[in-house]
Design a protein around this ligand. Sequence first.
Ligand code: HEC
Ligand code: HEC
Length: 415
Amino acid sequence: MADGWTRASWAVLAAAVLCLAGLAPANGQSAAPKQPKAANAVAAKAQGKATAKTAASGEKTLLAEDVFKDIRVLRGMPLDEFMDTMGLFAASLSMTCTDCHISESGGDWARYVDETPRMATARKMVLMVNKINAENFGGSRSVTCYTCHRFDANTPKTVPSLMLQYSVPPPDDPNEVTAIAESQGLPTADQVFDKYFKAIGGEQKLAGLKSVVVKGTYDGFDTGHEPRPEEVYAQAPAQRTTIVHLRGEADKVWTYDGHEGWIASSDKPVPLMVLTGGELEGAKLDAMLSFPLQIKQAYPTWRVGDASIDDHDVLMLQGTAAGHTSLKLYFDKQSGLLVRQVRYSNTKIGTVPVQVDYSDYRDVAGIKLPFQWINTWTDGQSTTLVTDIQTNVSIDPAKLSKPQPAKMPESAELR
Ligand code: HEC
Ligand code: HEC
């Protein structure tokens, strides 16, 4: 178990698309651009290309091939989905970005293009996976990189393990638990929601919750594990902005304005990355969960399952809707509190999970809110420790709308 975790953390660490200019990564292993030099130049080049999809606002959503130089097999993906796919590769193969890409790419987005033997193999693998799925599984993503590689960088296994066959099975991963169609002996989804709403203050109190302003600290691979000041602004029904103040002048901003979402951060390939698909739905879910009462309405169908997280019995509600990202919510069986959400975003190559763990619930004006949460995704992990929450205060609308593009390091030099 401990060993498994160590390997997992290492891969996650190493896959992180993180180190900002001037931030020394605590572990020294982060593989992504230290100074994403090319970003502005590449992004500028991309402007005006005709292939970009058009977002609701009429703005162009950049595709990977609009921003990067040599996209051959993963064409047609918005930038955020492409980066998720790189995360899927890393997480499936237990590799860092620079296990496939040349080591210089760790300091420079423009160097990711340089072909390596592993990239050549990975390109073939993408075509193989697409073919397997097209010919055998009606084009669904039944087989992904993870199906064979199972977090193993080398050759997928061919010989069954007698040790595994005869050992006590390891505990089930609660994220892999699926809901039971007819919940045998379990409470109904409505009962689970009711208990949760009661546990955090009751429906009446929750209906009156209109805004939340959180202050605290954020630390993650992207801050070199240094806690940095963080603010979260949320406005009902579903607007949410998170701002992390990095060293120097830089901020890292995630915004969902009720319709559209963005990440403005200098460690991304472009200064303002538009969220699409599952990433956008995920941002919306986070915004909705700031005002828990409405989460029930987020999905037409909820099914119940049970599992345990860190030796605590939990009830899992799985929300599904045709053609949408699915969501799993885990509630402590005793307290009724929400302890985890796991959501999924689909890329053309496979599905990537995002997990948020909530803890340290405290009373704020009659409503219990988590004072700690941990985000875990294929590219990194971060912890938020809350110091102060205010509810029902007015929020400057500018804070909840499209953020300013991030200042990219050395951008002046490139223009
Ligand atoms: C298993 C190997 C593998 C891993 C691990 C991997 N990549 Fe890639 N990467 C590829 C392949 C293959 C391509 C080319 C895709 C294509 O041709 O459509 C690519 C393309 C790219 C490009 C576009 C380069 C260009 O200009 O055309 C970027 C940027 C990139 N990867 C970033 C990353 C990051 C960041 C990570 C770590 C999170 C990562 N990659 C992990 C295999 C990998
Ligand atoms: C059907 C099983 C299967 C699937 C699915 C699969 N692979 Fe592989 N992959 C293999 C096998 C088997 C090898 C080892 C080939 C060998 O030994 O030469 C391999 C090797 C590789 C290697 C070379 C590893 C090294 O040590 O240099 C890379 C990179 C790779 N795969 C990437 C991917 C990516 C990316 C995906 C998803 C797009 C993927 N694979 C999906 C079976 C699979």
